[in-house]
Design a protein around this ligand. Structure first.
Ligand code: DON
Length: 308
């Protein structure tokens, strides 16, 4: 079913677009710095297959940190909760996403899978003998969630990040020293930067959000893509740590499970109702899409979406 442009949504996007001026595109990954800060688009995907949108929803977004939720779901399925949570914690940090500070407070196990240190540990757990095999396993899962076999990754952005990833490199070496990761750091970073560079449009992102909202079930073909317990854990992390050190304010003002990325993407899952995909590359100082947040705030208020 094609995605329908929606007038009400378009008005909200026009209103929220004014806020793009308050943000800046991420440029610590040089290729991301080329995005147009004025862009803003949204798609909403319902479990019955209907989809509504506003803005240019064909623009491609790299997942960046949004991929952390999906890699977590994959390793929970492949390894089980016990194995995973022996290596990464469940607590929010209140620190920026790339902070190294809390690792020094023993045990060195990262506090949660949504900060970079924790996400690197999760990516380390993806099964397979080669980067290619592990990456294809993750990509296959993502294609299944989005029901889009054409999803791939942006080589330009992956290699731009790999070159500039010295902070993540430092996190990896720290984790390796403490025996939390046990592989070659460059191999892990190669896999991680490819994972972050997986790209799709807002519609795919909204569809993935919808699968989480439906507890891991694809209502359009009746297939269970992940156990409901895995979807539940992922959504809980989206609420407690999905917007980094803005997660508390986000829970109060918006109140839905959501995950952001420095590309300006936000994936939202309104439990039992629908999935949301947003692209707005101008970011606030915490790394969240500034207009994307406004858009979600309008939607949450107007349609009473908060789960609290
Ligand atoms: O590891 C990084 O720094 C990026 N690939 C992803 C960070 C990110 O998206 C944080 N988001 N707000």
């Amino acid at each position: 079913m094609p995605c329908q442009t929606n007038g009400d949504l378009q008005l909200i996007v026009e209103e929220a677009k004014k806020y793009t001026k308050l943000g800046k595109v991420a440029d610590y990954i040089p290729e991301l710095g080329k995005a147009n800060p004025g862009d803003l688009s949204i798609a909403i995907h319902y479990p019955d297959g209907r989809c509504i949108s506003a803005g240019d929803i064909d623009k491609k977004i790299t997942l960046q940190s949004i991929s952390k939720v999906i890699s977590l779901a994959l390793v929970l399925m492949e390894r089980g909760n016990r194995y995973v949570f022996e290596r990464v914690g469940m607590e929010p940090t209140g620190d920026p996403f790339n902070s190294i500070a809390k690792l020094e407070t023993m045990p060195a196990k990262p506090l949660n899978p949504m900060i970079n240190a924790g996400a690197l540990v999760v990516t380390h757990m993806i099964k397979g003998d080669t980067v290619e095999e592990r990456f294809n396993r993750l990509l296959g899962f993502i294609r299944e969630l989005a029901d889009d076999p054409s999803i791939g990754y942006c080589e330009r952005i992956a290699s731009s990040e790999l070159e500039a990833a010295d902070l993540n490199r430092a996190l990896c070496y720290f984790l390796k020293q403490h025996n939390i990761i046990k592989e070659d750091v460059e191999i892990l970073l190669d896999l991680y930067t490819k994972q972050c560079a997986i790209e799709m449009n807002c519609l795919d992102l909204a569809r993935i959000g919808m699968i989480f909202a439906m507890d891991g079930m694809d209502p359009l073909n009746g297939k269970r893509i992940m156990p409901d317990d895995v979807a539940r854990i992922c959504k809980t992390f989206m609420v407690t740590c999905g917007m980094y050190n803005a997660s508390g304010e986000f829970a109060i003002k918006i109140g839905i499970p959501a995950k952001s990325g420095v590309s300006g993407g936000i994936m939202g899952s309104v439990p039992g109702k629908f999935g949301i995909g947003i692209f707005g590359p101008a970011l606030d100082e915490k790394g969240n899409s500034v207009a994307g947040l406004k858009l979600l705030e309008f939607l949450s208020k107007n349609y009473r979406l908060s789960m609290f």
